[in-house]
Design a protein around this ligand. Structure first.
Ligand SMILES: Cc1cc2nc3c(=O)[nH]c(=O)nc-3n(C[C@H](O)[C@H](O)[C@H](O)COP(=O)(O)O)c2cc1C
Length: 373
């Protein structure tokens, strides 16, 4: 029988599948339902200290394509296929005092499931760094198994919060160090995909002491404009703000970000997120080196916490391992990481060579030209 259990950053998981920080983990009732359904762990909806007020109206919608046609729309309709979620939801609007007794109760009721608290504060001054430390101590005193630092929320106006931290290497290090000063449990950092070279922010976070990187959060994006009304498909009184794209559309994008990091840091721990709805999707992250994966959009669309999604993930993993004779995740984790190489190392037809755009290989080009003549 395949063993789905795994140890990631020192935390034991009955399986490597987690619900990510989002509506599926916004309450104790959701989280307990998720554990009942079989999820190995959850990352709570991000908990902060500042007051949160969400926009008027829907916070999330789903972009679908007509089957066999190019029409894209958020209008719910038959004969269409899900492409992506789009959201502009802020972090939890529940205060830390609401969360703490609930975290304690969840952990007592499900001691064998991993409870990771997602936390977020500012980073512009010592008081804000102290807020990170307060959140850290509160979550670990409540019995959480680990922390995920939200350096990736794409909706913050504040320049020292959310993805604005994840876009600043110095802040990534400074905040992680502040948290690690007081943390007695593993610390994961959730990075934004909205940077030029995510390896740099990952390196800075590891330098600050991060035990793992989680990636990706949603990608910055806008809803489409309805060609009939000339209004954004999602708006409040005509106005919109940049939001986050998740779901199937971001799977290849998120894999690319993840591969950059797992190749740069083959000995570090990574939790893959983005576009996962079944085991095949999760497998790509595992083969690139991830030790756990997290799910949001697919779970939101499956009774809010994904009972069928987790069933399919564990069944898919069991079947895959039995078919291939793998005893545990460590037998296949990272085994396709080395297949990603610079463009010029991909074989060209016949004897022709390509040198990645470099000029000094001019002889090579002359030979190519001669070969053609
Ligand atoms: C409505 C919504 C709310 C979210 N809230 C948070 C949050 O509070 N903290 C966080 O770290 N990520 C948040 N996320 C991002 C998800 O955890 C996840 O990283 C992203 O949706 C990509 O995964 P997916 O493709 O499975 O949806 C949110 C996503 C959605 C759709």
């Amino acid at each position: 029988m395949a063993d789905l259990s795994t140890t990631f950053t020192g935390i034991r998981f009955v399986n490597p599948f987690l619900l990510s920080s989002a509506p599926p983990t916004e309450s104790d009732s959701n989280i307990m339902r998720a554990f009942e359904a079989g999820w190995g762990g959850v990352v709570t909806k991000t908990i902060g200290l500042h007051p949160v007020v969400n926009v008027k109206g829907p916070k999330t919608k789903f972009l679908r394509a007509d089957n066999g046609d190019s029409r894209l729309s958020m209008t719910k309709r038959p004969n269409s296929t899900l492409l992506a979620s789009w959201n502009w939801e802020l972090i939890s609007d529940k205060a830390i005092d609401w969360w703490l007794p609930r975290l304690e109760r969840i952990k007592k009721a499900y001691p064998d499931r991993a409870l990771i608290a997602s936390i977020m504060a500012g980073s512009g001054n010592d008081k804000e760094l102290h807020n990170w430390q307060m959140l850290t101590k509160a979550a670990q005193d409540a019995g959480c198994d680990g922390l995920e630092l939200n350096f990736s929320c794409p909706h913050m106006d504040r320049v020292d919060m959310g993805s604005n931290v994840g876009k600043d290497k110095v802040l990534c290090s400074v905040v992680t160090m502040a948290v690690k000063e007081v943390a007695t449990i593993p610390v994961w950092v959730k990075l934004t995909p909205a940077t030029a070279n995510i390896v740099e922010e990952a390196e800075a976070s590891f330098r600050g002491g991060a035990d793992a990187i989680s990636s990706s959060n949603t990608f910055p994006s806008l809803p489409l404009i309805d060609p009939n009304t000339l209004e954004f498909e999602m708006n409040v009184e005509g106005y919109v703000s940049s939001g986050g794209l998740g779901g199937p559309a971001i799977l290849p994008l998120s894999l690319a970000k993840m591969a950059q990091m797992t190749k740069a840091f083959p000995d570090k721990e990574f939790s893959g997120i983005g576009g996962i709805a079944n085991f095949d999707h999760a497998l790509s992250y595992f083969l690139l080196g991830c030790g756990t994966v997290q799910v949001c959009t697919a779970a939101m669309l499956d009774q809010a916490i994904g009972p069928n999604v987790i069933k399919a993930l564990t069944a898919g993993m069991t079947e895959f391992m039995e078919k291939r004779g793998f005893a545990s995740l460590s037998d296949f984790r990272g085994i396709r990481r080395d297949r990603i190489v610079p463009h010029s190392q991909i074989k060209r037809p016949e004897q022709l060579q390509y040198h990645g755009g470099y000029e000094e290989e001019i002889e090579g080009y002359a030979e190519v030209a001669a070969a053609r003549d």
